[in-house]
Design a protein around this ligand. Structure first.
Ligand code: SIN
Length: 298
């Protein structure tokens, strides 16, 4: 555990017992009995940290927390990352990205199509995200689910010939990979300024990474941000990535989160990829996301 995970200025002992209830065989657990509006006691923090490594997606129901409390809880796990689309940050909280399809006075208040393709958050930077927290603010009466796919299992279940083919390979990730395609579908998406483009230069990461805390291997490519495998001819790279994308997102690897009011979901971007399943256009959806910096993948 890195030094940054050391609890700060919080009681060392829990006052109420918490339960970690798995949400299925593939990934995910519900944390019962924890109120995130209070600073986490040291032993509760240790349990949440362990559960996050074991289950990869944690669901905390019925959390009535302020944006400041979300930021504070997120910071317990590491420094926070600021999204390149800073125009969608919550006023007064640059670390919070508004994910929303709501328009006010004809203008989007947040990133409405975040997660439209499978991805791991911020895989397009040198130090991709350790994990993300998403707190429900306003939910649609139907739709709006988030899907998660277990990338440790994706690696474990990869056919032997593909394991051999991808060992040691590296792939390019870039934020720009599908930006114009998304803009063509959703014209409200802002054109990127040169300063924003300069912040998201392509990076190269291993196709198979080792989780720095649980030690397990995971596939680390995604249809949203991975553009090519370094050193392979273009057609071979496209074919191999196509096989990996299909394998790594198959339903048998997935947990589907149906949001309830007050939900806070905390996932491990080193272990899972995720996808926003979509919201009917006439229904409003708003969530606040914080993103915790991870380490350089190896
Ligand atoms: C995301 O990709 O971070 C957003 C997921 C969602 O809106 O369900």
């Amino acid at each position: 555990m890195s030094a940054v995970l050391t609890p700060t200025a919080a009681p060392s002992r829990s006052t109420s017992p918490i339960t970690i209830a798995p949400l299925g065989d593939v990934l995910g657990a519900e944390v019962i009995g924890l109120d995130l509006s209070h600073p986490l006691a040291a032993d509760d923090f240790a349990r949440i940290h362990r559960a996050h490594l074991d289950h990869h997606v944690l669901v905390f129901r019925d959390q009535h927390i302020t944006p400041g409390q979300q930021v504070e809880f997120s910071r317990r796990f590491g420094p926070l990352q600021i999204h390149v689309l800073s125009q969608f940050a919550l006023a007064g909280h640059p670390e919070i990205l508004i994910i929303s399809n709501i328009k006010e006075h004809g203008q989007p208040i947040g990133l409405g199509d975040a997660g439209h393709f499978w991805h791991s958050d911020l895989s397009y930077v040198e130090k991709p995200s350790l994990g993300s927290m998403l707190h429900a603010q306003e939910l649609p009466a139907e739709g709006g689910d988030t899907l998660f796919a277990n990338q440790h299992l994706a690696w474990d279940r990869l056919p032997e010939h593909l394991k051999t083919a991808v060992q040691g390979l590296r792939a390019e990730h870039t934020y720009l990979a599908r930006y114009e395609e998304l803009r063509a579908r959703n014209p409200w998406r802002p054109a990127l300024t040169q300063e924003q483009i300069d912040k998201v230069k392509p990076v190269v990461h291993p196709v198979v990474r080792t989780h720095p805390e649980n030690g397990r291997k995971a596939l680390f490519v995604s249809e949203h941000f991975t553009t090519r495998i370094v050193g392979l001819p273009e057609d071979e790279s496209r074919d191999l990535l196509g096989q990996l994308f299909a394998h790594s997102t198959q339903p048998s690897l997935q947990y589907r989160h149906a949001w309830q009011p007050g939900d806070m979901v905390f996932w491990d971007n080193r272990s899972v990829t995720h996808l926003a399943a979509g919201t009917p256009e006439h229904l409003r959806r708003k969530l606040y996301r914080t993103t915790i910096e991870g380490s350089v993948p190896y």
